[in-house]
Design a protein around this ligand. Structure first.
Ligand SMILES: Cc1ncc(COP(=O)(O)O)c(C=O)c1O
Length: 471
């Protein structure tokens, strides 16, 4: 085929059998063969259908989809579970807009996923940011505390709800139980963006899910950490404070009117695997992770980021003692070892391990890390500190989004109100959002990071010479 660049590239990648330490959690589909579900994989085109007699309807399920969602609800211990075909993104949109009305306020962690701020733009909702604690040495967010939230609610009792990301991309868990107990006493609603936590519950070492810790709604990207196809997620509700009919109407608004049966089937398959094989596979995964961690702990230069209580299936390997950024290490791993990590940043690389990974993947990883530990760079690594200060909010994201904008040289933007997003991707968390004051610290940070390989989205000028401000 000549004019099929996507298909050609994906076929090349399939043939090169890349070892996946990135999402989706099925790791190139290997796990389906291993568990005897090869037919599911082979027949995928044949089950692509639409709403015809017998196939039910995601938007008003009464038959097979209803039954499958009920099975999932039992497995994930929720009152109601909804299958999502547009990722956790659409679950976040529906959850926030079903809980908040126009002009309502919602507390959100400042390092929330961009979909949260986008929802505030769509729904005319005011985000009240709670600043996470940042570990400057590794550039990652350590989450927010109950005290931070209590202070905001004491200041403003009008706040309607709270949205917390837990676990984070890097696997940092927040104490959802204490936050939910406090919020419920105050009659407020807790939504947890659990995009990175679908696998929680498969081992005592992973803790319990947000729903079991008292969240009213949680949204999980099943595709990220369980064997499921990209874009397939679930929204769980466990609360009598949620208006289910209102939630359903928002789900109808934010999801396709032709939801993919391939995706719904893949959620069902992930639920099946979670229920019947999950614990066994997780035990094997954890033993592979423990072995790899022991190995890394004996290396000279690279080390693992270790934070009390974090999700052990996320391995954040810090490479800065090698005088090499994570971007360089990602490149070496891919080109020399055929291993693809989830993301890299100035300090290291993040690997997402799932029950789809097998012994072979970890053998290969250990071989690669042994080599990399000796790959000292020739030049000192550029010191890049993660921005210390959270930008000040001058306008609501919605006001900023709909204002007149102009494009100016980026340095002249310092002190002005930003009209676009600046989002290092991955992880897709914005450093600057529309309506926030542009700081020198952020501009310096992104320019330095861009030079060493960071991918920045949101901002129109990819060279970072210009920025859009509110006119
Ligand atoms: C914390 C967080 N929330 C939400 C999302 C959106 O999830 P999805 O890709 O399933 O739409 C992501 C995606 O990376 C994320 O990292």
């Amino acid at each position: 085929m000549n004019n099929t660049p996507i298909i050609n590239k994906l076929n090349d990648m399939k043939n090169s059998e890349i070892i996946s330490f990135h999402v989706p959690g099925h790791k190139n589909g290997k796990i389906f063969d291993r568990l005897g579900y090869s037919d599911f994989k082979k027949n995928i085109v044949n089950i692509d259908t639409t709403e015809i007699p017998g196939t039910d309807n995601l938007h008003s399920p009464e038959e097979i989809i209803k039954e499958s969602q009920e099975i999932a609800a039992k497995v994930f211990k929720s009152d109601h579970t909804f299958f999502l075909v547009n990722g956790t993104t659409c679950g976040i949109q529906a959850a926030i807009m079903s809980v908040c009305s126009l002009k309502d306020k919602i507390i959100v962690n400042r390092d929330c996923h961009q979909s949260v701020i986008n929802t505030c733009i769509l729904g005319d909702i005011e985000p009240v940011y709670v600043n996470p604690h940042i570990d400057k040495s590794s550039g990652i967010s350590l989450g927010v505390s109950l005290r931070d939230i209590e202070m905001l609610i004491e200041e403003d009792e009008d706040i309607k709800a709270v949205l917390i990301t837990s676990p984070t991309y890097y696997g940092i868990n927040t104490d959802i139980k204490s936050i939910s107990e406090y919020l419920h006493k105050k009659n407020k609603i807790l939504i947890v963006d659990e995009a990175h936590g679908s696998h929680i519950g498969l081992s005592e070492r992973l803790g319990v899910s947000a729903i079991q810790q008292g969240a009213d709604i949680s949204i999980q990207s099943t595709h990220k950490t369980l064997p499921c196809f990209t874009q397939a997620s679930m929204l769980h509700v466990n609360s009598n404070k949620i208006d289910i009919n209102r939630l359903k109407s928002f789900l109808r608004i934010v999801q396709s009117s032709s939801p993919s049966y391939i995706m719904m089937s893949s959620i069902e398959m992930a639920v099946e695997i979670y229920k019947y094989h999950g614990k066994e596979l997780m035990k094997e995964l954890i033993s592979n992770i423990d072995r790899t961690k022991d190995y890394i702990n004996n290396l000279k230069n690279i080390y693992l980021y270790d934070y009390k209580g974090n999700d052990i299936t996320k391995m954040y390997i810090i490479t800065k003692n090698l005088n090499r950024s994570g971007y360089e290490i990602e490149d070496i791993l891919r080109k020399k070892y055929n291993i693809q990590v989830e993301l890299s940043n100035p300090y290291g690389v993040l690997l997402i391990c799932s029950i789809g990974n097998d012994n072979y993947d970890f053998e290969k990883l250990i071989q690669a890390l042994e080599y990399i530990d000796n790959e000292i760079g020739d030049e000192d690594l550029l010191e890049i500190d993660y921005p210390n200060h959270i930008p000040q909010k001058a306008l609501n994201p919605r006001e900023a989004f709909y204002s007149n904008k102009k494009r100016i040289p980026i340095k002249e933007g310092i002190g002005k109100i930003c009209a676009e997003y600046i989002i290092p991707y991955p992880p897709g968390i914005s450093l600057l959002s529309p309506g926030e004051i542009i700081t020198e610290e952020i501009i310096d940070y992104i320019q330095k990071c861009k030079r060493i390989g960071m991918n920045i989205t949101g901002i129109e000028d990819q060279n970072l010479d210009f920025i859009k401000i509110i006119d």
